[in-house]
Design a protein around this ligand. Structure first.
Ligand SMILES: *[C@@H]1O[C@H](CO)[C@@H](O)[C@H](O)[C@H]1NC(C)=O
Ligand SMILES: *[C@@H]1O[C@H](CO)[C@@H](O)[C@H](O)[C@H]1NC(C)=O
Length: 155
């Protein structure tokens, strides 16, 4: 019984320490869902602010992308997976792509997706898959990248 309370206190202390670390941002390594596939939209980088993401506080995922075909309408599908030995799907949502970037998007553009994860989101390693779809539901690009929540230091 006492050890459970100690564990809880240790967890709370770790969360408190994590909250004192100033919000940082860094480029994250990003991969295409299908390597070698020639997607109409290229992604050159992703930035997560803050990194690590704090539960209950807004996080922004900025994606640097480029295309030679202007995007006038479409969707951004976001799938979040939580890693415990293998990935567990925890969250999925679809947005109007023009709410996440300025349409028509052409040349170099940035998709900025802001999201507040619930305060009970457990700390750990997560993977986001972002799929961009055009007006005919065709796949424009698909990327995935990892992020961490809570007191786990980002590498
Ligand atoms: C995204 O593009 C901006 C402006 O071109 C640049 O400053 C930034 O470093 C890029 N970020 C990533 C993660 O590639
Ligand atoms: C995307 O990247 C590929 C391979 O690097 C390149 O051939 C293509 O021109 C790029 N497309 C755009 C729209 O930047």
């Amino acid at each position: 019984m006492a050890s459970k309370q100690c564990l809880l206190l240790a967890l709370l202390a770790a969360v408190a320490v994590a909250c004192l670390i100033p919000a940082a941002s860094a480029a994250t390594s990003v991969e295409y869902c299908k390597k070698g596939k020639n997607y109409p939209v290229n992604v050159s980088g992703v930035e997560i602010v803050p990194d690590p993401v704090a539960p209950g506080q807004p996080a922004t995922f900025k994606v640097n992308a480029s295309t030679d075909k202007p995007i006038k309408e479409g969707k951004l599908v976001i799938d979040v997976k939580y890693w415990v030995i293998f990935p567990i799907p925890v969250h999925s949502e679809t947005h109007d792509i023009c709410q996440e970037t300025t349409c028509p998007a052409t040349g170099d553009f940035v998709i900025a997706h802001s999201q507040t994860l619930p305060s009970y989101t457990p700390p750990g390693s997560y993977t986001i898959t972002m799929t961009m779809k055009g007006d005919k539901d065709e796949e424009l690009s698909c990327i995935s990248f990892g992020f961490s929540i809570g007191f786990v230091a980002s590498s």
